[in-house]
Every structure is written in structure tokens, then in C-alpha cells.
Design a protein around this ligand. Structure first.
Ligand code: HEM
Length: 454
């Protein structure tokens, strides 16, 4: 290697042979946060592998925007190809660009406003069904809800509870396998018939069958649908850049995987914080009781739910669902004053960034009002739950609208109370979820509460 290169320094306490693997395995979230004190960009060793960790908004912005062409999506996304080869979140180069252009209009601001009615009519019966259901596993409930929203809005399909469960169990299994493979990069193990690999194969079959049925339904009755599946099917017949059936299956599966659990865990954390803070809960109830009426829920309604929206933002800050994101250099690249050799694995953690006391005052305090426009806002690039640049989340507006709507609808009807149990702690799997969160839905009795009309 060229001795003139200015490489990022290694973090201290690198142990021969294993590098920094021990603290990483012990507690990944704590370890990543501890790296902040070693500077804006540091290298760690995991066994023989070197990984560069970026902790500063400046380096991140440069990597994600002006220098983005020198980076591929990296280790985690390669492993996420388990969901389907070349789906948008994992596609590279011109293929990514073409597909993004094709699907982007379905996520445009105006289009998202058109989805509100369907989002509402999808989740309303699910929220009502909590009546008399006993303690809820909140993450699962939220997953079922957000998964149904993606399927209803984008695929015009609403699975029953059992099918919904089967799909979400498959997503969980595939996510777990992808993370395991990314953290323990011994590719040979991926092909052995281990119990974990067999589970992943079964889960992939369940996903493909469920998505295959959606596509078959659209093919059987093409005029009945106007959604993203029909958009992809029409593109499949185009002469210039036709999509094979396998591509369509991958894209639909990719959307389901990218769009369900992320929003679900945001909501789960939000209600966890709400149950710990009576004052925030009171403010939320007062807002929804004033804003929600028996009229259909519109973009105008959503814009009046300002406090609810701040709660969503604060959950995205403190509990950033995509807590770990990766890239890999495709060639030697200079980032700020540092050189990164070709093939270098990069990671960053929005979770770490969003809890940096240099960027946020009192960062461990859940304070939705820090997002009031009159309060000082974090520096540019310091709030990136959806990433930035050309690979920024395509569903960001969809997710925020959906989370705001679901929060308001739940709060208009229920108070969620935690079932006593072990302390809730964050777990860094593919998404950042609570270790366990069981809650009971208590009916609200306040005057003037509305469920909102459809
Ligand atoms: C709170 C919810 C969500 C969070 C926190 C989130 C976060 C992210 C992040 C961090 C990325 C990758 C950025 C990168 O690699 O630089 C991403 C990509 C993506 N997300 Fe989301 N997401 C959410 C919800 C959704 C929803 C609801 C959908 C669709 C229904 C969606 C669709 C996508 C797609 C298609 C990509 C790939 C975009 C591309 O590579 O061009 N996401 N998301």
C-alpha cells in the first residue's frame, strides 16, 4: 500500500487476531457509540477484516452525496439480497437509477396524500380489534399493521392475520440471517445446510409464494389494479427496459421488507416513551381530540397533527430504526482529509449520530419539542434516519405520514400501558427494536374523542 496515503487511525485496544470483535459481540450499540470519542472517522478490526466507522455529519454527507459514485452499498445490503437479487435497496449503478426512476412517482408527496384513505381504512379495524385482546406484543401488532399498509396501498392486497403473521415471520427470519452473515463474514458457511440456513430458505419460499400470489392476481385481472405492482408489470412489457418476472418478484418483496418493520419499530418506541411520560401523552390526546373529526382523514388533517409529527421525528432520532448502514469503496477515494483504499468496508450508525452530545443538546432526553421550528435545529446532515443523497429512503414521506396517522388513530382510542416485566432495552438487529414490549390497550374515556371517519 502507498505509504503516502492518509488512512483513518485505528481505534485503541485492538487485540491481536480478533481486533475489536470482543466488545462488538458483547454490546454492538454501546461499542459503536464508544467509537465517537476516537474521532470523526476511525478504523476497527473484526478478526482479519478492517472496517471504517464514520461518526461525523461532514464525512457522511460527502460520502452520500458528492462522492457517492465511489461507493457501493456494502456488506449489509449484499447479505440482504437474500430477499431478492437486485431489488431497489440493494441494486447498483444504472440498474438502480432506472428502477428508482420507474418507482419513484409512486412515492411522490402528492401520491402519498392519495394513500391516506387506504392507510386509514387498513389500520382502523386492526386498532379496533384490540378490544378485549389482553396484553399485546406491541412490535408484532405494529408490524402487522405497517405490513398491511404497504400491501394495501402498494399491492392492493390485505392479507388475513394468519397470512400476515407468516409473512412477517419470514421477514424476521431473513433479516436475522442477513445480519448474521454480515457480522460473521465466512461466505462458505452460508451454503452449508445449517439449521439457520434451512430456516432462511424456508422463509424465502414463504415470501416468494405470498408475493407470487399478489402478482398472479394482478396478471389475472390487469385492469382492476392501479398500483406499484401494475406499474412494474407494465414496465415488464416495455420494449426498452423490460423487467423479467423474477425482477418484479424481487422488487415487490424488497418493498415489503424495506417498508414494514422500519415504520413498525418507530411506532413501538414512540408508544414506549409515551407510556413513560404522562405529560407527552396528555399533549397528544389533546391534539388528536381537537384535530380528528368524523370527516375523512386528509393531508390537511395530517398537517394539523404537528405534535404527533414531532413525536414521530423524535422517535426516529432517538431510536433510528436503520441503526447500522454500510457502504464499500469501489476505488481509492479521498473523504475530507482521509484516504480510503478500494474495497474498504464502511459503516455508520444514525443511532450513534443522533445521540451525539456535540450535535444535540441533552441527546438522551426524549423531547419532541426539540423539533419546534423556533428551537435551534441540528446541524446539516446530523439527522439522517432515512439516509441522504441518491440512495436516500424512497419511502420516507410514506413512512412519516403512516406513522403520524397510526399514532393519532391509536391515541384517539387507546392508552397503551406497559405490562410489568424486565426493563426494555434497545436491540440492534437489522432494525433497532425493543427487547420486549408488552402493553395493554385501555379504552380512553375522555370527552370528545373521535375514531375518525373513513
Ligand atoms: C421509519 C421508516 C423507515 C426508515 C427509518 C427507513 C430507512 C431507510 C434507510 C436508512 C435506507 C437506506 C439508505 C442508504 O443505504 O443510504 C432506506 C432505503 C429504502 N427504503 Fe426506507 N425506511 C423506512 C420506511 C420505508 C418505507 C415505508 C418504504 C416503502 C414502502 C421504504 C422503501 C425504501 C426503499 C425502496 C429504499 C431503497 C432506496 C434506494 O436505494 O434507492 N422505506 N430506507
Amino acid at each position: 500500500m502507498n505509504a503516502d496515503l492518509h488512512l483513518p487511525p485505528y481505534a485503541p485496544r485492538r487485540v491481536p487476531l480478533i481486533g475489536h470483535a470482543a466488545p462488538l459481540v458483547r454490546d454492538r450499540l454501546a461499542f459503536l457509540q464508544s467509537l465517537r470519542e476516537h474521532g470523526p472517522i476511525v478504523r476497527i478490526a473484526i478478526g482479519p477484516k478492517t472496517v471504517t466507522v464514520i461518526n461525523s455529519p461532514d464525512y457522511l454527507q460527502e460520502m452520500l452525496t458528492t462522492k457517492s459514485r465511489h461507493f457501493s452499498k456494502g456488506l449489509l445490503f449484499e447479505k440482504l439480497k437474500l430477499f431478492g437479487k437486485d431489488a431497489l435497496p440493494v441494486a447498483e449503478g444504472s440498474q438502480h437509477l432506472t428502477r428508482r426512476r420507474l418507482m419513484q412517482p409512486a412515492f411522490h408527496h402528492r401520491q402519498v396524500n392519495q394513500y391516506l384513505q387506504t392507510m386509514h381504512s387498513t389500520v382502523d379495524p386492526m386498532i379496533s380489534a384490540w378490544q378485549g385482546m389482553g396484553p399485546l406484543d406491541l412490535k408484532t401488532e405494529m408490524q402487522l399493521m405497517t405490513q398491511n399498509v404497504v400491501m394495501a396501498v402498494l399491492f392492493s392486497t390485505t392479507p388475513d392475520r394468519d397470512t400476515g403473521h407468516a409473512i412477517l415471520n419470514s421477514v424476521d427470519t431473513l433479516f436475522a440471517a442477513a445480519l448474521r452473515r454480515a457480522l460473521l463474514p465466512f461466505p462458505l458457511l452460508e451454503r452449508l445446510p445449517t439449521p439457520g440456513n434451512r430456516r432462511a430458505l424456508r422463509a424465502s419460499r414463504v415470501m416468494r409464494t405470498a408475493v407470487g400470489e399478489v402478482i398472479a392476481g394482478h396478471l389475472a385481472n390487469p385492469d382492476a389494479y392501479d398500483d406499484i405492482v401494475s406499474l412494474l408489470l407494465v414496465a415488464g412489457q416495455a420494449d426498452d427496459a423490460p423487467l423479467a418476472e423474477e425482477d418484479i418478484l424481487s422488487e415487490v418483496t424488497g418493498l415489503l421488507a424495506a417498508g414494514s418493520e422500519t415504520t413498525a419499530v418507530t411506532l413501538t418506541w414512540l408508544f414506549h416513551e409515551l407510556a413513560r411520560n404522562a405529560d407527552l401523552e396528555r399533549q397528544l390526546h389533546s391534539e388528536v381530540d381537537t384535530v380528528l373529526t368524523d370527516e375523512p382523514l386528509t393531508a390537511q388533517t395530517l398537517s394539523q397533527l404537528a405534535f404527533t409529527r414531532r413525536l414521530v421525528n423524535e422517535s426516529l432520532r432517538m431510536y433510528s430504526p436503520a441503526w447500522l448502514v454500510t457502504r464499500r469503496t469501489t476505488e481509492l477515494v479521498r473523504l475530507g482529509d482521509m484516504d480510503l483504499p478500494a474495497g474498504e468496508d464502511i459503516v455508520w450508525s444514525p443511532y450513534t449520530l443522533h445521540r451525539d452530545p456535540a450535535l444535540y443538546s441533552d441527546p438522551l432526553h426524549f423531547d419532541p419539542d426539540r423539533w419546534l421550528p423556533e428551537r435551534p435545529q441540528p446541524p446539516k446532515g446530523a439527522f439522517i434516519p432515512f439516509g441522504a443523497g441518491k440512495r436516500q429512503c424512497m419511502g420516507n414521506e410514506f413512512a412519516v405520514a403512516e406513522a403520524t396517522l397510526i399514532t393519532a388513530l391509536i391515541a384517539s382510542r387507546w392508552r397503551l400501558r406497559p405490562v410489568p416485566g424486565p426493563a426494555v432495552r434497545p436491540v440492534g438487529a437489522i432494525t433497532l427494536h425493543p427487547s420486549a414490549l408488552r402493553m395493554t390497550a385501555e379504552a380512553r374515556t375522555s370527552v370528545g374523542h373521535h375514531q375518525g371517519a373513513i
